[in-house]
Design a protein around this ligand. Structure first.
Ligand code: SF4
Length: 226
């Protein structure tokens, strides 16, 4: 499979935020989100066999959390599905970060899917494959990255229309981060003020949790491999 990087860091989003995690970042994405912070994954990378990836993960951590991310990892489904199964068999807790544009029904049971449903300001709304709702279960999470009130209303309606609170473990609303952010790290780098988002969520009683990308506050947002 084509790999951009494998590294250990702190999980920055999802209900696993704050936990040590090995990230396997696959090369290539079929979307072009306006605020994408991973454009360096679009091309390049290195060919790695499944065994080589497993060995590298093992060198970084003998157990615990592994996140398969990208780019869009499900573009390499033929190789990434067996990788996820092997990681599960070896006792890892496996997270899959995906846009949900590719089919998810062949993701092994036991993998926690974190599905990033694209909102209007990303420029890629409508790309979530609606059939994938049937593949979501009680351990999965659905995330919306928001940059304005229109995105928030889109996400709020999506959650209600598809009864996400009942379908999945958690619904996450997260302010988008400016992709040119670097150096100083504070909420002024968020495209949507977290306080404003919190007030909207409280006013509407949205069954979602507010998430901040904590890795962006710990390290320089422009750094790779963190
Ligand atoms: S799906 Fe992810 S990697 Fe692809 S363009 Fe959007 S934010 Fe970037």
């Amino acid at each position: 499979m084509q790999i951009t990087e494998i590294f250990k860091s702190i999980q920055g989003e999802s209900t696993y935020a704050g936990m040590p995690c090995v990230f396997v970042r696959l090369t290539g994405c079929n979307l072009r989100c306006n605020w994408c912070d991973s454009e360096y994954t679009f091309t390049g990378g290195h060919r790695r066999t499944l065994e080589e990836v497993l060995e590298e993960v093992k060198q970084l951590s003998a157990g615990g959390l592994v996140e398969i991310t990208g780019g869009e990892p499900m573009l390499q489904e033929r190789e990434v599905v067996p990788l996820m199964q092997r990681l599960l068999d070896d006792g890892y807790t496996v997270l899959l970060e995906t846009s949900g544009e590719r089919p998810l029904e062949r993701v092994p049971k036991g993998v926690t899917k974190i599905v990033d449903v694209k909102c209007p300001n990303s420029g890629e709304d409508g790309t979530f494959r609606i059939e994938n709702l049937a593949a979501l279960g009680s351990q999965d999470e659905v995330k919306f990255v928001l940059s304005d009130r229109g995105d928030y209303e889109f996400a709020r309606e999506f959650v209600t229309r598809h009864d996400l609170e009942r379908r999945v473990k958690a619904v996450l609303f997260s302010p988008a981060f400016r992709k040119d952010a670097s150096g100083e790290r504070d909420v002024s780098h968020c495209l949507l003020d977290p306080r404003e988002l919190a007030e909207w969520m409280l006013a509407d009683n949205v069954p979602a949790r507010l998430g901040l990308q904590i890795h962006k506050f710990i390290w320089d947002p422009a750094l790779k491999g963190v």
